[in-house]
Ligand binder design. Sequence first.
Ligand SMILES: Cc1cc2nc3c(=O)[nH]c(=O)nc-3n(C[C@H](O)[C@H](O)[C@H](O)COP(=O)(O)OP(=O)(O)OC[C@H]3O[C@@H](n4cnc5c(N)ncnc54)[C@H](O)[C@@H]3O)c2cc1C
Length: 384
Amino acid sequence: MKAIICGAGISGLSAAAFLDRAGWDVVVVEQADGPRPQGYMIDFFGPGWQAANALGIVHRIRELGYRVERLEYVDSRGNARATLSLAKLSRIAKGEFVSILRPDLELAIREALPHRVDLRYGRTVVAVGQGRASVTATLDDNAVLEADLLIGADGIHSVVRELVFGPEEEFFHYLGFQVGAYSFRDWDVAAQIGDRFAVTDTRNEAMFFYRLRDGRITAMAVHRSDDAALPEDQQAMLRSRYRNLGWICPAALRQCPKDFYYDQVAQIRMERWHTNRVVLLGDAAAAVSLLAGQGASLGMAAAFVLADELMTGADLRQALDTFETRIRPSVSASQEAGVSAAQWFVPATRYAALMRRTMIRLEGIPGMERLISSALIGKSGAAL
Ligand SMILES: Cc1cc2nc3c(=O)[nH]c(=O)nc-3n(C[C@H](O)[C@H](O)[C@H](O)COP(=O)(O)OP(=O)(O)OC[C@H]3O[C@@H](n4cnc5c(N)ncnc54)[C@H](O)[C@@H]3O)c2cc1C
């Protein structure tokens, strides 16, 4: 059996690894010229952990990742107003909780791929043809690949989805936020961050900082915006919108590069993720958004379940139906959690900001830990 996978992100690489183990021939087509260096910090926990275990990469994820003890909401001088114990959250997740840069998680999965997997960078799919016995994908170099299954794992703005299921607007649900992420080097700023996740305790826009092992700082900026349109000059917008947050923010904004990750915060909601010989995976099928904080984990879990179903020997349609049935409850729970986490993530009002601080300060009260963890990490899916 042969699969073409469009997209070498977390979901696509995981699917390649699992299908290869199941004896499939796999070609992965990735539009970037090589592994994408741009990234942001991901909290990795939940159903993907089991998938990582099955791939034998948990030790590598722990090695590349970070065990952050605490997250502090800070005032305009960097002093903690409320401290959340991530160590406790990790205990609730039974230690299966790591913070890791997205490119590092991709690296851990890529390392698990044998050389026989045909990984083609700098290529994309421009046309898809479906027949009864096979599917074809035409690439932008005019190569035509034929396979039993085409997997669209090409992210929230999936081209496979657009080609096969319809225009993005039909499935794209903007959540009212935009996000930018980049990393930079500044020893003075790094010293002020220390060994915590530092988040500005602000309304409508917030910056998140963490100091990496090599001294770099990873910065994420999230703000509310009723207008879904992306600004033309994203660097200038960031610098102007966040300029009054105080503390290290002005220094961090000065070092925002021209080219950095910037996008809308959104979810993809579809009634079906497959048709005939094409199936969507990860963000392409069901982005849950950074507000839910489980997208990477669900992408890996979905890849695991997909390969599991394809291995049963059931006919393709049956396998894809069961795949959807197994994974959908976790995705739906995560999408709901994402929507309701919005006020926690970046409060819009003084009251919401106060509630967040109060909940964190009451963390020691029985039951409160779970309430906070479900606000932050959602209901951990029963996925697998
Ligand atoms: C700022 C931020 C913070 C986040 N934090 C968390 C978190 O804490 N925890 C968590 O679990 N998740 C988090 N997420 C979500 C997580 O990053 C995604 O859910 C996850 O990366 C999805 O993986 P994917 O492989 O499905 O898609 P992607 O990561 O988008 O990968 C898609 C791949 O397909 C490639 N591609 C795109 N178009 C084409 C094309 N036309 N042809 C060929 N290749 C193509 C892309 O280059 C990319 O390599 C966060 C997301 C953001 C933006």
